[in-house]
Design a protein. Structure first.
Length: 429
């Protein structure tokens, strides 16, 4: 057989492995090794590139932000943020549902993970939503949808990966995600309010400024953690890695000494969970560098560029095609493999057609984030199903309603660059 036939056979084989549940890192690794043998690409390069791919100071923020998410959950900071959000929104129909989505945004501003946001806030809010008269399926879907902002509102684990892969400033990417993340939260809250009003879900209680003030005081640790991350990076006082380290230290001390909800004996389990997630992400980043090299040798970037150009050469058309590719990939892959596979191919195409690289990063990752509630993959739906016991299929209907709201915000983010670029330090230059 010729090279093309062998590559097609290897690709079909690894797709079969993926469908059988083989971890995506091994699937990509098998493909890389197999194709490297077919095209006579030295295997020694794989070992060297796997090491050099992770030998980067900026990637130290990855495990630190993962650990931050686990610490704020264990320290009770996440629950206090949720109480504050509910106190602010309880006067509206569906206030507890709106608070769930708002809490996801606040939690995301410290943790940077979609699935962690869904698991933590869903675990806190779902029983309260059901008790308050919400449909249990809707309540679970609300937590799943709210979790989508976990990789958009800074700090974002996937923004770190994207910045590393595309050689962009991680600080700029973090800042660019602030307003788009807020817009996604507002879009989902509008959907939640409309559905709650239609079905009469939730209890409406008068706004109490005393309760708002009390919950705000109790949640001050969460606000300070958010301040450390966003202001420190935006002002240039900290690099993302330094901000992550300082936030970990702050959350650790806050849980042990201030809230008193974190125990020394719990730390080994927390560190183990964070290490396990880091152990899944880091190999994916490393193998993706090798895969990019193989793609380059195969001419994949030229092939995709030709496919995109077939639809037209205008910036709008190119952007729409790239958005469609990311959305389609997000239905079957998690955001990390979507990023490592498609970002190095699509980003140069978009940039060549006049799209700002930082703006495109936000467009790309918002599309990937929507995939967290899009069947058949929809990782957040699986997480919400796991913590609530509600079958995955029963969450899809309500998740699709939230997806409509997210798609509206996606279009605005894509075609109004102001949302992504206005807060950048050099925006007025």
């Amino acid at each position: 057989m010729d090279q093309g036939s062998w590559i097609a056979l290897i690709s079909a084989g690894v797709v079969g492995l993926f469908l059988l549940g083989v971890p995506i890192f091994l699937v990509i690794g098998y493909w890389v090794v197999g194709v490297s043998l077919v095209i006579d690409f030295t295997l020694a390069n794989i070992g060297v590139t796997l090491f050099e791919g992770l030998n980067f100071f900026g990637l130290l923020s990855l495990p630190l932000f993962i650990l931050t998410g686990d610490l704020i959950a264990a320290a009770g900071i996440a629950r206090r943020l949720a109480d504050f959000a509910h106190a602010c929104l309880c006067w509206m129909r569906g206030g507890l549902g709106l608070a769930t989505i708002g809490s996801c945004g606040l939690f995301a501003a410290i943790s940077g993970s979609n699935s962690a946001t869904t698991a933590t806030i869903g675990g806190i809010m779902h029983p309260l939503l059901v008790k308050d008269g919400y449909d249990a399926r809707f309540a679970a879907a609300t937590a799943a949808a709210g979790g989508t902002v976990g990789i958009i509102i800074p700090p974002s684990i996937i923004f770190i990966v994207y910045g590393f892969l595309m050689n962009l400033s991680i600080s700029d990417l973090f800042v660019a995600g602030i307003l788009p993340g807020a817009l996604m939260v507002l879009a989902m809250q509008l959907v939640c309010w409309r559905l709650a009003k239609r079905h009469g879900w939730g209890t409406v209680t008068p706004l109490s400024w005393g309760r708002v003030g009390l919950t705000a005081r109790r949640a001050y640790l969460g606000f300070f953690a958010i301040f450390i991350v966003i202001y420190g990076i935006y002002s240039g006082i900290f690099s993302p890695t330094e901000a992550a380290a300082i936030t970990v230290g702050f959350c650790l001390l806050a849980g042990l000494l201030l809230t008193g909800e974190l125990r020394w004996r719990e730390l080994p389990d927390i560190l183990l969970r964070s290490g396990q997630l880091t152990g899944m992400l880091a190999p994916m980043i490393a193998i993706s560098i090798v895969m990019q090299q193989v793609f380059g040798l195969l001419g994949a970037d030229q092939a995709v560029a030709g496919f995109v150009a077939w639809f037209g050469d205008s910036e709008t058309v190119v952007l729409m095609v790239c958005m469609a590719i990311v959305l389609a990939a997000g239905t079957i892959l998690e955001s990390l493999p979507v990023t490592v596979i498609f970002a190095p191919i699509l980003a140069p195409i978009a940039t060549a057609h006049g799209v700002d690289p930082v703006h495109f990063s936000v467009i790309f990752l918002v599309g990937a984030a929507i995939g967290f509630i899009t069947p058949p993959f929809g990782l957040n739906l699986f997480v919400a199903s796991g913590i609530t016991g509600i079958p995955y299929a029963k969450l899809v209907r309500f998740a699709m309603l939230y997806m409509l709201g997210l798609m509206v915000s996606y279009v605005l983010i894509a075609f109004v660059p102001w949302f992504s670029l206005v807060l950048l330090p050099n925006a007025g230059a």
